[in-house]
Design a binder for this molecule. Structure first.
Ligand SMILES: Cc1ncc(COP(=O)(O)O)c(C=O)c1O
Length: 380
């Protein structure tokens, strides 16, 4: 098997799963219970929080556990909008956010908030100038994805954070689900107020995630009924998931230190080899792009067909074309970058992990080269 769909999800590390099983079985107490088992579980949760905070160079009380990226983005955006709505109802985001942010903004629009969706350039990047121009006295939140999940485009988060620090009424939320452990980001230096991460994107267990909430930042809870997670996110804590996430984060941060050049090498091989294959055009930017995501189009082929053909060879990649009633829908992100609807409707995403080998990339490229001529003309 050659798994090149790591931005959809990663396989949990064996060590992480062992931690998960052990904690689930040996420390099954409810952290809210007052007896020893409860206290032991609470102790583990506290340790996981501190371990994650250490990795991110923030304080433990700034880490809030969630069920993943979708919840983190919803909580950060709605939690801020509803908490600060008496100060203003204007929100700023981009046209290239992940659906879990984008659709949340659409919901808020329906509820009377005004949203500015910043456009992007041909590399999928927003300009600092546009962010600045969009800020008004009623603006309460700017929310920007760090690494785009479809193209790997890296946004100028630190520059935007520095700019926003001159507007203390504006909160800054960053969706770092695809960036964490792959593209460094200094939360404090970038003046970020809220940052979303999800464990299953870095070999943790699905259904676990975290939201960094800067000390002093308040959110309106979106789930009610308990006092867990600083009274912002009710529900019995997923202790084993949090501990496993802390372990996965440590392991992947170590890899980021030692094996970054490995990913960069694979990325460079793909960027240089893909365009030499007949019919392939690269959509990801060639610079300031994450090393683990490469997006390309083969306009003459229906992407689902290409994916199935690769899948038959046990090579797994993805398309971002949402497939409803078997009709490919062009990618909103690629359209925003100015790609035509054929290119945007035939996109393939290859996403790597530190585990991906050069040999796997070679096999993928070889098979792709063989398959494309056999499929040309098999379009919608
Ligand atoms: C950039 C980005 N944000 C948020 C999410 C949602 O994360 P989760 O799958 O943990 O809900 C994803 C998932 O693909 C993503 O890529």
């Amino acid at each position: 098997m050659i798994y090149l769909d790591n931005s959809a999800t990663t396989r949990p590390h064996q060590d992480v799963l062992e931690t998960y099983t052990k904690v689930s079985y040996d420390y099954f107490g409810n952290p809210s219970s007052l007896h020893t088992l409860g206290m032991e579980a609470e102790g583990l949760l506290t340790k996981a929080r501190s371990a994650i905070a250490d990795q991110l160079h923030v304080s433990a009380k700034e880490i809030l556990f969630t069920s993943g990226g979708t919840e983190g983005n919803n909580l950060a955006i709605k939690g801020t909008a509803y908490h600060k709505k008496s100060r203003g109802r204007h929100l700023i985001t981009t046209e290239v956010e992940h659906a879990s942010s984008y659709e949340t903004y659409k919901e808020l629009e329906a509820d009377g908030f005004e949203v500015t969706y910043l456009s992007v350039d041909s590399n999928g990047r927003v300009s600092l100038e546009d962010v600045k121009k969009a800020i008004r006295k009623e603006t309460i939140l700017v929310s920007i994805i760090h690494v785009n999940n479809e193209t790997g485009t890296i946004q100028p988060i630190e520059e935007i954070g520095q700019l926003l620090s001159h507007f203390p009424q504006v909160r800054f939320h960053v969706d770092d689900v695809q960036g964490i452990t792959k593209v460094p980001l200094n939360i404090k230096k970038a003046k970020i107020d809220l940052l979303t991460a999800s464990a299953h994107k870095f070999h943790g267990v699905r259904g676990t995630g975290m939201l960094y909430v800067r000390n002093g930042v308040r959110l309106k809870p979106q789930i009610h009924g308990g006092v867990q997670e600083m009274e912002v996110r009710s529900g019995t804590e997923h202790v084993a998931g949090a501990v496993a996430m802390a372990r996965a984060l440590r392991m992947e941060m170590e890899k980021a230190q030692k094996e970054k050049s490995h990913l960069v090498k694979l990325h460079s091989k793909l960027i240089h080899s893909l365009p030499t294959i007949d019919g392939v055009t690269i959509n990801s930017p060639l610079e300031k792009s994450a090393p683990h995501i490469i997006n390309f189009s083969v306009e003459s082929i229906k992407p689902e067909v290409l994916i199935q053909s690769l899948s038959a060879k046990k090579i797994y990649v993805s398309t971002k074309s949402a497939c409803s009633s078997k009709l490919a829908e062009p990618s909103r992100v690629l359209l925003a970058m100015g790609k035509n609807s054929t290119a945007a409707g035939s996109a393939i995403r290859v996403s790597l992990s530190y585990e991906t080998t050069e040999k796997e990339i070679d096999v993928f490229l070889r098979e792709l080269k063989k398959i494309i001529p056999t499929l040309v003309g098999v379009r919608k």
